[in-house]
Design a protein around this ligand. Structure first.
Ligand SMILES: [Zn+2]
Length: 479
């Protein structure tokens, strides 16, 4: 069975059929690095990661690019007004726009690492592709689909008949929206900037195209230049958040296709906005969380990842702190099951006769079918938990334990939200401070201070672990 994905361009599910058999090219609109990444950003980035992982699981080779926008993204991009986000952050903090960009890019990479993202093959910075943007701008000017006024270069939307095909926005709607920001320089209010001139802007380049003026690029041209340079003129899959669809992706299509004369992207995919406590995340509502905020509350990157990927990318996902607790419990159930299987495999627990052969095949098939169905992660997780229930009940043989562990390892390879295979003795996985509490409890019990022992047990339980008193000594397991 092929992988079926929802294409925003055709508004239908379609089979993934890469242009080059066996190789899938993917481009993801990456972060604009002017502030700490928030969990809404990461819903979209983790969706891209799960997509890549599953496509690889299905035997394809993936070429994946995620850009870093470090110049040109305006605070009010839908009507092309406002300030460059880097410059605005610079004004507020006193750091230079360049320092802002590097600081938050580093923070973004740190979050990718903490959330177990398989790193894209390329993570280009827009500021390092100015020459490639210039070559496209030059060509669009030559072709007469772009024009220059006072040094600024605009794409002339009326010269590209396909404009609006992705977002479905009709001409009148676009004109009404564009009227909000009247710009006398534009021939048509819908036209968008490819190059801007502003002597006050901190990030400036000599124009990389003929008869141009020193300035900086518009946001949309950046993604066209980087994707074409790194993946070629036509790519298989392009993703972003739903807010990227218009104007950003619409503009990417216009300028890229006007430049190459070929369809740019086969499948456009858009992740839905994350809701927090049932509403859109906003600083004024107090429901705005950066990745660091959540980790600072004592949740792990794995728990946050689980909470953000557990629902299919096109479905509404309501994020709550309770959801993180549920994620912790769900991960614990899987890891506990895996640990028992490890103990059976390693001869530390008595083996039964069940080789789980049919159950393993069924679990793998159900997992695959759900993921092939437009990355239905909740369906895939249901397959995992059905399998947990079954494996927990079965008197598993050593062969069965090995096969079952392979089912979990494969699910982990695709979703990366359970963690590595647990050790036979979970105590070795437990955080050092909990191991210290366990030692204190052993001492308390030895001294017959049962009140203290109980208190220590409760403290350990509050951290999500329980004490198992085995003949070989007490050990910790996740609850
Ligand atoms: Zn983009």
């Amino acid at each position: 069975m092929p992988i079926r994905l929802y294409n925003s361009l055709t508004r239908s599910l379609q089979d993934l059929e890469p242009r080059t058999p066996g190789v899938v090219t993917m481009y993801h609109c990456g972060p604009t690095v002017y502030s700490s990444p928030h969990i809404g950003n990461f819903r979209s980035f983790l969706f891209a990661d799960v997509l890549r992982r599953f496509v690889e699981d299905q035997g394809y080779r993936v070429q994946q690019v995620m850009n870093v926008t470090d110049v040109g993204h305006l605070t009010n991009d839908d009507i092309e007004s406002g300030e460059d986000k880097m410059e605005a952050a610079s004004r507020k903090t006193g750091l230079t726009a360049w320092d802002i960009a590097r600081k938050y890019e580093a923070e973004f990479h740190d979050c990718q690492h903490k959330l177990f993202v398989r790193l894209p093959h390329h993570m280009p910075r827009a500021t390092e592709y100015i020459a490639q943007m210039g070559a496209i701008i030059d060509d669009l000017l030559q072709k007469g689909v772009a024009y220059q006024t006072n040094g600024n270069v605009y794409f002339e939307v009326a010269r590209f008949p396909g404009y609006g095909k992705l977002s479905g926005k009709v001409l009148e709607e676009l004109e009404a929206g564009a009227r909000v920001a009247v710009n006398e320089e534009k021939k048509d209010p819908r036209d968008f900037a490819l190059w801007k001139v502003d002597p006050k802007h901190q990030m400036q380049w000599d124009a990389p195209f003929r008869s141009g003026v020193r300035g900086f690029p518009g946001w949309h041209i950046e993604c066209s230049a980087m994707s074409m340079q790194l993946l070629g003129p036509q790519i298989d899959v392009h993703t972003g958040g739903e807010d990227n669809m218009f104007p950003h992706h619409e503009c990417e299509i216009a300028q890229t296709e006007a430049h190459t004369g070929k369809p740019f992207v086969t499948i456009w995919m858009h992740a839905r906005h994350l809701l927090v406590d049932g509403t859109k995340m906003s600083k004024s509502l107090g429901n705005f969380f950066t990745v660091a905020d959540i980790l600072g509350k004592g949740y792990s990157g794995l728990e946050l990842r689980y909470a953000l990927v557990r629902v299919q990318y096109r479905q509404a996902l309501n994020f709550t702190l309770k959801g993180l607790d549920e994620a912790r419990a769900a991960i614990g159930r899987v890891q506990q099951c895996r640990q028992r299987l490890v103990r059976v495999r390693d001869g530390l627990e008595r083996a039964g006769a069940d080789d789980l052969a049919a159950a393993c095949t069924a679990a793998n098939d159900a997992f695959t079918a759900a993921m092939q169905d437009d990355l239905n992660v909740s369906g895939a997780l249901a397959a995992v938990f059905d399998f947990v229930a079954l494996a927990n009940k079965a008197p598993v043989s050593v062969t069965g334990a090995k096969a079952a562990l392979a089912v979990f390892a494969r699910a982990e390879d695709v979703l990366a939200c359970f963690g590595p295979e647990p050790k036979a003795d979970a105590t070795s996985d437990a955080p050092a401070e909990l191991l210290a509490l366990l030692e204190q409890r052993k001492a308390a019990k030895k001294n017959k201070d049962f009140a203290a022992a109980d208190r220590l047990r409760d403290q350990i339980a509050a951290a999500g672990w329980r004490i198992v008193d085995a003949p070989t000594g007490a050990r910790l397991e996740r609850t």
